[in-house]
Structure formats: C-alpha cells, structure tokens
Design a protein around this ligand. Sequence first.
Ligand code: PHE
Length: 449
Amino acid sequence: MAATSGAREVFGTRAGFILAAAGSAVGLGNMWRFSYQASEGGGAAFVLLYIGMTIILGIPLMLAEFSIGRAGRRAPVGALRKLAGPGWGRVGWLFAVGPLLILSYYSVIAGWTVRYAIESIATGFPEEAAEHFGRVATGQGAIAYHVGFMAATLAVVMAGVKGGIERASLILMPALFFIVVGLAIWATTLSGGAAGYRVYLQPEISALSDPAVWRAAAAQSFFSLSLGMGAMITFASYLERTHDLPESATIVSFTDFGVAFVSGLVVFPVIYSLGLQGAVSESTVGALFIALPGAFESMGLVGHVVGLFFFVVLAVGALTSAISLLEVVTSSVIDEFGVPRKAAAVGVAVTAAVLGLLPATSLDALGLMDKIAGEFALVIGTLLIAIVAGWVARGTVTDELLAGTSPFWRRQVPRIVLAIRYVVPVLIVIVLVFSSGETVKAVRDFLGG
Ligand code: PHE
C-alpha cells in the first residue's frame, strides 16, 4: 500500500461539505428516476414509503458511511482495511468498480440533458419527440455529449477537494435549489395540472400491498442518497473531527428528499396538463426525455425558457453527482497506488468514458447497467457498510458518531447504532432477495432479447 504523501486534503467550510454531499445525492435520481418510480408505484403511496425509507434506512446508512470515512481518513478501500482488516480492504474494491460503472452510463444520460438544454433555446424540440429522443440517446451525438460531460466532471475533480469540488458545490447547489422551486411555482399556473397533483399527492393505498413497490422505494432511497457506493465515505474522509455528522446527514437527506419532492411538483402537473400520462411509465426514460420536451415545445416561447431551466437543473444535478462518482474512484487510485491526483483523475475518467461507449450506443445496455450497478451492486454495498459499521468496527464508528456532535444528536447515537446493527441489515436483506430476482430476470431478458 502506498501512503499518500503530505496531509490529506480537507473541506474548508461546513457548508462546503454539506453542499458537496447534497450535490452527490441530488442528481438524475431525484428527477429522472424518482418521477418514473413514483408514477409506477402508486404516486403518493410511493412518496410516503420513500420518505419512510429515507429516515429508517437512509440516514443511519449515511452516518455509517460518514463515520467509516472520517475514522479511516482514506478512500473506501483503505478506510475499510484500516477499520475492518485486509479482507475487507479487498472487498472495498466494490466501492471503486461500482461507481466506475455507474459513472460510465450516468454520464451518457447527463449528456442528453446538456443537449436538451442547448436545443431548448437554440433550435427548439422537434415535433416527433420519441424519434428525436432516439437520435439524442444513442449514436455519435450521444457519444460526443457523453465525452464532453465527462471532461467537465474531470476538470472539477482535477482541481481538488477544496478548489474543485467544494467550490463547484457552493455555486451550483444554491442555483439548483432556486431554479427547482421557481419551476414548481410556475407549474401551479398550468391549467389542467390538477390531475397531475392528484395522482402525485393522493395515495393509491393498494400499491402498498405490492412488495415490489417497497423494494423500489428502498432501492431508490439508496441510489438517490448516493449510498452503497462509497461516495459518502470518500467525502467524509476529507472532514475534520469537529464536524457534527448526525446533523449533516439529516440535512443532506432531507435536502435530497426535498428536491425530489419538488421536482415531482414540476413533472406531474406538466405531464398531466398536456395529457401525456401514458408516456411517463412507458419506459424508464419516457417521462423526462420524451414527454417533457414534447410538452415544452407545445407551449411556445414559455416552453423554451422553462425547458432550458429544467434541463439545466438536470445537467447541474448530474454534474455534482458525477463529480462524486469520479472522486470515489480517483481517491482510491490516489490512496492505493500513490498516483498524483491529476493523473489518477484522468485515468479514471478516460476508463469511464470508454466504458460509456456501450450505454451510449444501446439503451438496453444502459438499462441493464443501471440494474446491475445502480441497483444490485448498490444494495450489496449498503449491506457491507452496515455490517462493518454495526458489527466489525462498532466501537470506532460509535466514537466517530459522538465526536463533534451536539448534545441533542449525542443522545440519539445509541439509537442510530441499534438501527445500523439490526434494522438496516434485515431490511436490506429483504430488499436484496427481491432485487436478485429482478436482476437475474433483467440479465436474461437482455441476453435473450
Ligand atoms: N445520488 C445520485 C443521484 O441521485 C447518484 C449517485 C449514486 C451518485 C451513487 C453517487 C453514488 O443521481
């Protein structure tokens, strides 16, 4: 193992860390995945389950990652080795391979959002939204935007924790919050949006009896909170011990939920006011990339402006998340092989860009990668983290949860540790049983069809 030379970089401000973690969490998951899943899972019923999962599973797991990262002061591989032993260090490579795979297709989707943002003002969206999406989503255009987006992500990560990641988050995240809220206010002026609000906000109770909806809500909360991929371990490894971890985890989780919820207040009324509801659950990408551009186009000039803001928000959210994905892998390469930051970041970004050629040419491949890396590997990752934090390194994790923490949160620490030890792993195993079946089916479908 190569030790890193010199002191480890640290975040300069409390807000910088919180916004960077929120930047990782808030992304395509909040807008693209959330609205699709909510429309599949009975609207508000899914939303309620989702907020429950965020509190019961999400916050304890985020704290588990924060504590492992800050105690280990290393990227996931090194942090797990230090806290739990060499075997766990090897297992920790999952937290490099997983994020690398997610980054490769995430950047492809992010590329579409950039292209749509540009088109909304430059040319407008063509009439035949579905065919246009086909041209945007695969082939040379998709590859070009994917590579461009990866280059932007790389530029930030090369500039380091304070000068790159923290600075970008401090500027981009407040802008994103502001625009999302503005869009939701604008959406209230749409005639015919009421049906959309109804579907979104009135629970369809029967959906709760479907275990698939529970699994989807749990998996969605992991993906959206960037858990199970080592992102929060990595960011916390750049933190001082004076930082209040439980308070930050709560702020980050509720911010993430808030942005997802408010995005739903944009997507649902727009789609329903134009009678496009069928398109939402038609395909994973249908809602955002086919129905919405079509809707914006039919609104004339207003639609162009709103479309621009909407896709800019998506692109910005995607950028801050992609930054965290690239940083996780880069930090492991820096820590484990002693490679300087810039070279490590370039190497990882180029690898992810090449891997992304597959999802940039096939939507089926993209969907499959999302199932395997974005859902299955992520759930395995959360289970490993719960085991390390709750069982293998419980003492260290408990100390870490208490250090720098306010009296209110100190009193909650025993409860948080109990959740990490028992509640979280049991629920994850249940989710895993369902996800395995789904993943196997997805792989079969892909190979067979
Ligand atoms: N949380 C991000 C989103 O919602 C995706 C992500 C997953 C980022 C895992 C980092 C790690 O889009």
